[in-house]
Write a protein that binds this ligand. Structure first.
Ligand SMILES: Cc1ncc(COP(=O)(O)O)c(C=O)c1O
Length: 493
């Protein structure tokens, strides 16, 4: 079957996307029939993204005004190229030092590789109840900056799961030492327009972050690969930033992608109040209905006023996390598969004990109803079979161990990422024999693409166990080489 045929089959099916892109395969205007008709190059009158002076400059200014930033750049190579250009720009010397959240996306690690940066990791808070990372605490940054200085701080907020860090205070601490803050807000583009600090958390732009990167395609109605980079303040050299953007972006930016960003921004600007009002109503309705679930848990920090280790958790409600941790022998992957196979609801991802449904302003009440209805039925079935699924004490303990997140792993950095990748001698070692050795490879579950082990880090027994657990739960582990059903990993010799 050709790709076109497979895509048409999906388009004509009743599968509903609780995943990216944020347009949810719906049109935002009646005349979305452009494709080849609008696929041009930099002909007269259509400007040039790499040095915009006309229509593209105007469109970027329009985006900056809607998001409240000083300057905004269209990205057609996803947030990834914005992250790379940002990291390259803030590195001032040949030996840059960066303070980086360990739960960063792989594009941040690629930035560390390309710049040869020394890195100190900030470990996100861990939850006692959930296997995803919490926020980065302001105090962790304050402590780190007491005796050390860095070229920049790099954080992800919101995370894939929607956890938001206190960017306002983090920025205040960093700026008191003239250190710029890069926020990977790939998952929070819509917060830049709709985040008011009430139901929806605010964007890092309003928190004063120097560089903010947002994937419009993830949470807004725009085509895949589209993204924005915002810059503000005096700590970032904007000429250098533009230069770096032209390195990491294609020299032939697609007008279809740029048109899609522009349409999305005009659409959001013109319909702002209506869109956000309906979306908030739908989400409130969803959380209220699913609060009745007896076995599955839809994580809602706002209802429970949950406080973990005395930190108040801020979460983007648009990222719906459905947790299976209280259901014995029923993993996140089991729920993901059941929703897909039985209910034709495609989730964004599954982890060991939860799934993520990504929602957007394009989801309608009936789309939420379909998910509510499926969850209610699954929950009811679990209730009916509860006796059968009751665990023994041992199985409970085992489940307890499986809950670890990246935050719970102790990371031992032995050498720079660049040195571990560019090293002249690497050897493919059986994973079980690699314990105690230094990895020359990334190993990560995809999605979300956060390395479990990065090049230059020691493969500890704890990390080995974590990888095995992730595999046991059906996670897609990337970076290992499999030969005759045995896993191998490249190690530094
Ligand atoms: C946290 C985070 N940052 C950056 C990216 C890269 O975004 P893009 O796919 O737009 O390049 C992703 C992609 O999933 C991500 O999850």
């Amino acid at each position: 079957m050709k790709l076109r045929e497979q895509l048409e089959e999906l388009q004509n099916s009743d599968f509903y996307p609780f995943h990216m892109p944020g347009h949810k395969r719906k049109m935002i205007s009646e005349d979305d029939t452009y494709l080849t008709g609008h696929d041009i190059t930099e002909i007269d009158g259509f400007d040039n993204l790499n040095c915009p002076e006309g229509i593209l400059l105007e469109e970027q200014k329009n985006a900056a005004s809607l998001f409240g930033s000083e300057e905004c750049f269209y990205l057609v190579n996803g947030s990834s190229c914005g992250v790379l250009a940002s990291i390259k720009t803030v590195c001032k010397s040949d030996n840059p030092h960066l303070l980086v959240a360990r739960n960063s996306h792989k594009s941040v690690y690629h930035g560390l590789y390309l710049t040869g940066a020394y890195v100190k990791y900030l470990i996100p808070e861990s939850f006692t109840d959930y296997s995803f990372c919490g926020p980065i605490l302001v105090d962790a940054i304050k402590n780190e900056l007491q005796d050390n200085t860095y070229d920049a701080i790099v954080l992800t907020s919101p995370t894939y799961e929607g956890v938001v860090s206190n960017i306002d205070e983090i920025v205040a601490v960093a700026h008191s030492k003239d250190i710029p803050v890069i926020v990977d807000e790939a998952h929070g583009a819509y917060l830049g327009i709709f985040g008011n600090g009430e139901y929806f958390p605010k964007s890092a732009i309003s928190g004063g972050a120097d560089l903010v990167i947002q994937s419009t395609h993830k949470t807004l109605p725009a085509l895949t690969q589209t993204a924005l980079l915002h810059v503000q303040g005096r700590l970032v050299n904007r000429e250098k930033l533009k230069q770096n953007l032209s390195i990491f972006q294609t020299s032939s930016p697609s007008y279809l992608l740029m048109e899609s960003i522009s349409d999305c921004i005009h659409f959001c600007k013109e319909n702002k109040e209506k869109l956000i009002g309906e979306y908030e109503d739908n989400l409130r309705y969803f959380y209220q209905k699913t609060n009745e679930l007896k076995n599955l848990e839809v994580v809602d920090f706002s209802i429970k006023k949950r406080k973990e280790s005395d930190i108040c958790i801020l979460k983007d409600p648009g990222k719906i996390i459905i947790c299976t941790r209280d259901v014995n022998l029923y993993s996140g992957k089991d729920l993901y598969d059941e929703l897909r196979e039985k209910y034709h609801l495609q989730m964004e991802m599954s982890a060991s004990d939860y799934v993520i449904a990504m929602t957007s302003i394009m989801d309608q009440r009936e789309d939420f109803e379909r998910l509510i209805c499926a969850l209610m039925q699954i929950d009811e079935a679990i209730e009916n079979y509860k006796e059968k699924t009751l665990n023994t004490e041992n199985e409970c303990n085992e489940k307890q161990l499986d809950k670890a997140s990246i935050s719970d792993l102790s990371i031992q950095v032995v050498m720079k990422i660049k040195d571990a990748i560019d090293v002249s001698e690497v050897r493919l070692v059986k994973l079980e024999d690699a314990i105690g050795k230094v990895s020359s490879e990334y190993v990560f579950a995809y999605p979300p693409g956060i390395p479990i082990v990065a090049p230059g880090e020691c493969i500890t027994k704890e990390i080995y166990d974590y990888i095995l657990n992730q595999k046991k739960y059906g996670m897609n582990i990337i970076g290992l080489k499999c030969k005759d059903f045995v896993d191998y990993i490249n190690c530094v010799m």
